[in-house]
Design a protein around this ligand. Structure first.
Ligand SMILES: [Zn+2]
Length: 465
């Protein structure tokens, strides 16, 4: 068994041709290729029309005579490096180490070919001012340089760093790269060759950063890039069920890069995240609409609050044993106690959202109602343990100016001194986090904030709609 060149990279628009493709060609087609290679070798030997994928050395098509007919194979011209793993004429020794090394060669050669081909089609775009492959760029802001696989500047579109990622584990540098390029005003795009059926974690990380968007530079993308004279990618957009919509083609013009850190065609994640937040509160808003405190002295035993409790304990099962414990240790109705605390938090959210004091517990109304309600609740032994939780809620959004009121400052200080504080990890804190992930759930809060989708009442840029 002899080694053979398995893939030859022809000048675009021909592109990559595998040995299988070559051998399946009608004689007239490979004869033509063969004579084109020879013609170029005579007119411009420095720029061969076809190169070996692995060593990049010039190659030709040899007609191999066997069984009474000619079969085409790729062969290196003599000046190609003889240490190419595909160099013909050397017997293949199948041992594992060699096989692994060989696999590595193939993968890095494919990577190089993808980078160079992407750079080439970018270069055909008339707006392209600069395109480089793996060239060191002196960072304008960060101290440490990075090597984007492909870097391009397009007139009217901006600066792009393209990382070509094949199916191997990622360096734990994905986020660092995003931060780095964001600081430099460069849009970072991760491009895969294909989507493996079992996605390694690194792919998930990239898909998350790209808001549920996957970009491939596959054969269809290459063909479209050649046809349109600019870089075209195959875009896969995530569905709510974790699969992907039918592939579509996208160019750099289609990218939304308004959020800085990540670029995408469509943000497939934020709406889902906001929907998650909304669902946690749905039954509670219904209850507060149905049983406002002005109509009931203590509305929390109303059926609408039973439904709200059922909803939150469905999300946070740890609230059920906590409720039993409230009863067995303090003869306290945990569900009504939680509802009253929720009313305090919803009062803060509502006041922050509308910039008008509105409370869902106690009968205070009008200007100053929020501070008056909080002063009253914090002074009770039942709510003093939540001073830290309530302060977190208040501090997150625009109602945080209330923290400057002397009376409220005193109330928080007294409450903190009076009772041991409920902290993150406590079932009630978890319940509050499910009601207001925008405030208490650090990961989701940060994710929304990154995208400029954190609601105004939670301290974000987005105004209430
Ligand atoms: Zn070679």
């Amino acid at each position: 068994m002899q080694r053979t060149i398995e893939i030859a990279d022809f000048e675009l628009p021909r592109g990559a041709v595998s040995i299988q493709q070559l051998m399946a060609m009608p004689r007239s087609v490979w004869d033509h290729l063969r004579s084109e290679i020879t013609r170029r070798r005579q007119t411009d030997p420095a720029h061969p029309i076809a190169r070996c994928r692995l060593c990049k050395g010039p190659i030709f098509i040899r007609a191999h005579f066997a069984d009474g007919e000619h079969a085409p194979v790729f062969a290196h011209y003599p000046e190609s490096p003889t240490d190419c793993p595909w160099y013909q004429g050397v017997n293949l020794k199948p041992d594992d180490a060699r096989a692994a090394q060989y696999q590595g060669h193939q993968e890095s050669a494919l990577h190089r070919w993808l980078c160079e081909t992407i750079a080439e089609v970018l270069g055909k775009d008339p707006r392209c001012q600069l395109v480089t492959v793996e060239t060191y760029r002196r960072p304008a802001i960060a101290a440490r340089g990075r090597f984007p696989d492909v870097y391009a500047e397009l007139d009217g579109l901006g600066k792009f760093a393209i990382e070509v990622q094949l199916s191997k584990p990622f360096a734990p540098e994905i986020i660092a790269r995003h931060l780095h390029y964001e600081a430099e005003g460069v849009a970072l795009l991760w491009v895969f060759r294909e989507l493996p059926p079992e996605l390694p974690q690194g792919f998930h990380d990239v898909i998350t950063l790209q808001r549920g968007n996957v970009f491939l530079f596959d054969d269809a993308a290459l063909a479209a890039s050649i046809a349109q004279g600019k870089l075209v990618l195959t875009a896969l957009l995530e569905t709510d069920r974790g699969g992907f919509l039918k592939p579509r083609q996208a160019s750099l013009d289609d990218l939304d890069r308004s959020t800085g850190r990540a670029v995408f065609i469509e943000d497939r994640r934020s709406d889902r995240l906001l929907e998650y937040c909304r669902l946690g509160r749905e039954k509670w808003w219904e209850a507060f609409r149905e049983a406002p405190p002005s109509d009931f002295d203590f509305p929390f035993s109303e059926p609408c609050f039973h439904r709200a409790w059922d909803s939150i304990k469905g999300f946070v099962p740890a609230l059920s044993p906590w409720k039993r414990e409230c009863w067995s240790t303090q003869f306290m109705r945990g569900d009504q106690h939680f509802a009253e605390l929720a009313a305090i938090l919803f009062s803060i959210a509502r006041t922050a959202a509308t910039a008008k004091d509105r409370v869902y517990v106690t009968r205070y109304t009008g200007e100053g109602a929020l501070v008056a309600m909080l002063n009253a609740k914090l002074s009770s032994q039942f709510f003093a343990p939540y001073a830290s939780l309530i302060e977190t809620m208040l501090r997150a959004g625009p109602a945080r100016d209330r923290l400057d009121r002397a009376s409220l400052k005193t109330a928080f200080a007294k409450a903190a001194a009076m009772a041991e504080q409920v902290k993150s990890g406590h079932p009630v804190w978890a319940g509050a986090a499910r009601l207001f992930p925008e405030v208490f759930d650090g990961l989701r809060r940060a994710e929304l904030d990154d995208l400029g989708r954190l609601p105004g009442w939670a301290g974000g840029a987005e105004q209430p709609t």
